[in-house]
Design a protein around this ligand. Structure first.
Ligand code: UD1
Ligand code: CA
Length: 478
């Protein structure tokens, strides 16, 4: 069906004035992908021979982004905004394109490859000169309107700013997605004039030109208008983000993922989640995150580009580029940063921060600790409020902890340092030297009690009265 598809042109040079942003419009993100990234993703379903993206506003940033997400596309530079028709002229200039060309905007993130295929099917089956994807929009304000003749055929497209009251009443709008006979488009595109309210060359005007030259035009009406929503400002950005969220969540729920509250669960288009995962409210699963079956995530948890293995449980936590082993437990209030690897059945408990550290199978960091730049073996326990002192003010250093180690609460492990298999550290120790396997490392002041100090120095206070009463009781007991 798309065998005939030679070229796709994505128009992405506009200023995006209405976004009021230093970031080029097509680089704004929804569901973890740039607007233009979504469009290119839909286009990739067609396997076109070549994709050209017209860039202009924020050219460097857009080109850099494209090199990252779509290295096979070529770019065409539109130096000054001359309208969608002008952008198309530049995309066609100096090349000899035949077959079918698909043209679409870079700001319609909801479009699916499926709808693009349908447009091409209509176009090819009817042998049309041009085919326009259209939709009935409940609020058509701002869109070009589809003006049909008495026989229902497409006469022309009229932009909102150039529309009279009669045309403004039309609910069928132009999606900005078109299939053309490339040679005929190339012949007609030079005939555009900027005789309109914006003084631009409108690609939409080429429809009437082709029609007047005897070309046949199809208007392919799409069922779900949501697909063609364009993003021109931050309100539409948020709307399309919410719609994409709903679409993504529905897809996962149909695939067997329990999403307790889909309205507060945000999953990027790039995340993978297996069936029988449960997601509690207020949770975001972002980037290239991959969640294995049986995992329970949330409430109020953010995972960005994390790998979560079978049956892991993550509560009220923030994790970035972390690996969380099978049946591991995280949270509440854990902060797992880049390079954290929790083994099978490992634990990062309440108020624990971990960075660039491997916590071996069954090892636990249950409470109030910082673990940075470390390797912890299997079955070890890191006592509450332990700090891995990894930074000397200039360099970061590594801590190595063996298997079945017991780090006493409130230990400072001053890196570089290593604790051998089966070793202990005494609570409250500042460990600056290696502790051999099986040893107990003690590094703290010895306790001494100054008897009677409170009665002498704080007489009359509640503490002193209580202490005196206790002394009397002890005397009576003899
Ligand atoms: C355009 C259509 C409108 C349609 C709507 C669908 C025209 C004249 N109008 O309007 O009929 O209903 O899309 O969303 O085509 N661009 C360039 N160079 C330019 C101008 C624009 O590359 O000189 C790019 C923009 O980056 C954008 C796309 O073309 O991705 C559409 O431009 P935009 O200004 O958003 O057009 P709309 O007003 O939305
Ligand atoms: Ca637009």
């Amino acid at each position: 069906m798309s065998a005939n598809l030679e070229t796709v042109v994505v128009l992405a040079a506009g200023e995006g004035t209405r976004m009021k942003s230093a970031t080029p419009k097509v680089l704004h993100e929804v569901a973890g992908r740039s607007l233009v990234g979504h469009v290119l993703n839909a286009v990739s379903a067609l396997a076109p021979k070549q994709v050209r993206v017209v860039v202009g506003a924020g050219r460097e940033a857009v080109e850099e982004h494209l090199r990252e997400v779509a290295p096979n596309v070529t770019t065409v530079f539109q130096e000054r905004r001359g309208g969608t028709g002008h952008a198309t002229q530049l995309a066609l200039a100096g090349t000899d394109i035949s077959g079918t060309i698909l043209i679409l905007a870079g700001d319609t993130p909801m479009l699916t490859g499926e709808s693009l295929k349908q447009l091409l099917a209509t176009h090819h089956e009817g042998g049309f000169t041009a085919s326009v994807l259209t939709a009935e929009h409940p609020d058509p304000t701002g869109y070009g309107r589809i003006v049909r003749g008495d026989d229902g055929s497409l006469l022309r497209i009229v932009e909102e700013r150039d529309a009279d009251d009669f045309v403004k009443e039309i609910y069928e709008v132009n999606s900005g997605v078109y299939a053309f006979d490339a040679k005929k488009l190339a012949g007609a595109i030079g005939k555009l004039t900027n005789d309109n309210s914006q003084g631009e060359l409108y690609l939409t005007d080429v429809i009437e030109i082709l029609r007047n030259e005897g070309g046949t035009i199809a208007a392919a009406l799409i069922e779900d208008f949501i697909e063609i929503l364009g993003v021109n400002d931050r309100v539409q950005l948020a709307e399309s983000a919410a719609l994409l969220r709903d679409r993504i969540n529905e897809g996962f729920m149909r695939a067997g993922v329990t999403i307790v509250d889909p309205t507060t669960t945000w999953i990027d288009a790039t995340a993978e989640i297996a069936n029988d995962v449960t997601i509690f409210p207020g949770t975001a699963i972002l980037g290239s995150s991959k969640i294995a079956t049986g995992a329970v995530i949330g409430p109020r948890t953010t995972l960005e580009s994390c790998k979560v293995f079978e049956g892991a449980n993550i509560v009220e936590s923030n994790c970035f580029e972390a690996t969380i082993g099978a049946s591991a437990n995280v949270g509440p209030y854990s902060y797992l940063r880049k390079g954290t690897v929790l083994g099978t059945g490992a634990k990062a408990g309440a108020f624990v921060e971990i960075k660039n550290a491997k916590v071996g199978d069954g090892s636990k960091v249950p409470h109030l600790s910082y673990v940075g730049d470390a390797t912890i073996g299997e079955g070890s326990n890191i006592g509450a409020a332990t700090i891995f002192v990894n930074y000397d003010g200039i360099d970061k250093h590594h801590t190595t902890i063996g298997d079945h180690v017991r780090i006493g609460s409130d230990s400072m492990l001053v890196a570089p340092v290593s604790i051998g298999d089966g070793a202990y550290t005494a609570a409250g120790s500042v460990i600056t030297e290696d502790v051999p396997a099986g040893a107990m490392g003690v590094a703290r002041g010895k306790q001494r009690n100054v008897l009677g100090w409170v009665m002498r120095k704080r007489s009359g206070t509640k503490s002193a009265i209580a202490a005196e009463a206790a002394e009397k009781r002890d005397e009576k007991k003899g």
